[in-house]
Design a protein around this ligand. Structure first.
Ligand code: 5GP
Length: 183
């Protein structure tokens, strides 16, 4: 049975909301908390949403081989998956979800070929733009950069084991949960 699930998909597609829906449904499932060099948004808590680290700290994690994968996302900051919590979860027979970008998903597929890669897609390009602008957390420059990344990410969907369209959170969450249980 595959216990490692990678969830990727373009910015603002609702990956985070889908993952929270899944965790509410099944508290036994764990989620990896990434390290990032970006600054916290209002309301984000260190150690809960991300481990917010400096560039030097991130370099140190790479040097010590403490990251399972890492990448520069949105042409800007670095994000990476701490190795130990994932290995601990798998050793304990727990399911664990990684919510990461497409570059990270490729690295995981390479290092852990049995991982289950699920791509979350938006209903349409217009809907994705609407969700991203509606979120209001990024400047207009950042919105444009994120849309550029999103285009490239949508083109990578075929590399994934499964693709689920996020029309609505509960429906999408249930489909992902079914895929996790079936694998
Ligand atoms: P945000 O800055 O909006 O929280 O996240 C930006 C992007 O970084 C998201 O698309 C998310 O999937 C990706 N991301 C978050 N954590 C990681 C990680 O540990 N590794 C990689 N490769 N990407 C990540």
């Amino acid at each position: 049975m595959t216990r490692l699930t990678v969830i990727a998909g373009p910015t603002a597609v609702g990956k985070g909301t889908v993952v929270r829906w899944i965790l509410d449904r099944d508290p036994e499932i764990r989620v990896s908390i990434s390290a990032t060099t970006r600054f916290p948004r209002p309301g984000e808590v260190d150690g809960e949403h991300y481990f917010f680290v400096s560039d030097d700290e991130f370099d140190d994690m790479i040097a010590k081989d403490e990251l399972l994968e890492y990448a520069v996302v949105h042409q800007n900051h670095r994000y990476g998956t701490p190795r130990k919590p994932v290995e601990d979860a798998l050793a304990q027979g727990k399911q664990i979800i990684l919510e990461i970008d497409v570059q990270g998903a490729r690295q995981i597929k390479h290092s852990m070929p049995t991982a289950n890669l699920i791509f979350i897609a938006p209903p349409s390009w217009e809907e994705l733009r609407r969700r991203l602008e509606g979120r209001g957390t990024e400047s207009s420059d950042q919105v444009e950069i994120r849309l550029q990344t999103a285009k490239a990410e949508l083109e990578a969907a075929s590399e994934f084991d499964h693709k689920v369209i996020n029309y609505e959170v509960a429906e999408c969450g249930q489909q992902v949960l079914d895929l996790m249980q079936a694998s």
